[in-house]
Design a binder for this molecule. Sequence first.
Ligand SMILES: [Zn+2]
Length: 488
Amino acid sequence: MTSCFCFPTTCTVWGPVKLLFRWGIDLYLLGLAMAVITCPSALIAQATAVESEVHRRNYISQKIRLHTDVEPDRAKRMLRRMEKTLRRISSYWRTPLKGSIECYVVEDINRWPENSFPNPSARALIQFVGGVTLTKMQVDRRKSELKAIVYATPAPGVVEHEVVHAYCFQTFGKHGPDWYKEGMADVAGRLADPRGAARCALEITSYLRDQTFRPVDEIVNSGSFTQPLIDIKNRLAEVTKNSVQTYLAPSLSVWGAPEDEILQNVQSAYRWSWALCHFLVHNPNYSQRFRAYGQGHLDGNGIQFAKWFADVRKELDFEFDFFVRHSRPGYRVELCNWDWSLPRSPLKERAFLNVSVRAAAGYQATGCSVSAGEIYRYRTSGRCCLSQDGAPVTSAGDRSGRGKLVAVVMQNYKLSKEIELGESGSFSAPSSGHLYLRCRDDWGSLADNSGSLRIRLLARPASPSPGLNSNATSERLLEPVANRVSRK
Ligand SMILES: [Zn+2]
């Protein structure tokens, strides 16, 4: 593949600052560009489209000025999604957008004559990289103003991603390290999608699982991984400057297999950045602390990730690994966080522990530490539903095993193999550690579950076996865990 520098899905980039002086008082910070790499072939193939000003319209909302040639209904929906993205990120970073954002969304470049765009490089960038935000600082005698202009194709999520960059630039003038900047733009861009499932796109989650696992440290220390894309952008801009009409041939002639490999690496960095940001934004164990971490970068007070999360790093590393291995469309990080705060103690002989396990959650702490090889007996009651209209099932689960009560033992942040339980019986602990329980269901299908199961655990069964009416030494309902390890 020597002539394609597209990613199968969208990917974005910021670059280093490069100042270009134009018209005396405007500085173009071309290097602060975010590009979404898409396949340009679709645009190129439309070379025969008839240029028509009829297609180009302007749409103005409270915060966005949209210039586009997509058909009106689609343009209005796009504008609503962009506004929604802005509302969400303004709320997340607790700061309203400064000014308004100007966006050009181009479906067919042939409908846009020369000089359609404020920046002459935009034409080539839209065709070759799919999405880009160019920024400038307008300076006059009284004030200076940061201004970002978004250029994008109408591919899903591209313009929302760019709007996040434009918001950060105009509002804060800073963006944090590459992994935070690009990861958060992808996370925030996907939030505007009403389908919760789209938050964990299949092509990304399956890609991550197929890759060698990338630890948190490697992601946060990935540096300026977008630089190769900036180089492409600069090369395209240079070609365009020389000849607008012949931009295609020279750029393809200088593109080869080494560049393809570079882009594969960049693409990988984007996906791992999304994964870490998505996980940290949504996991209630770390979300508040992560918000403060990012806010520090946007406010210009860079914080070292390692220091900021030092006291919860083992927990964070474990949960991120778990997220990568289990995420899929429909996966909800906030339902699958682990409870690290519940004190655990061994069950004394003949003692009972009553716990309740919610169906709409991942593994839930019991507060019971078990010993390897020890036998534990249990009995259960209650029913849960595995979908909104589904029939209730007991802890035996349905015919396919969904809803069945299962357990794992955690020792030193490692999990045992899953232990299948059921309505009643006994099990041998495969290792020593903290016992966790859950109602088995697909990890992408927990959100619509309801109900809970009650479990009574007994250590070292006495004879005769006590029933469920025996006095319990402790009783606990496993509540959702919210930021128990978060800093305020
Ligand atoms: Zn980006």
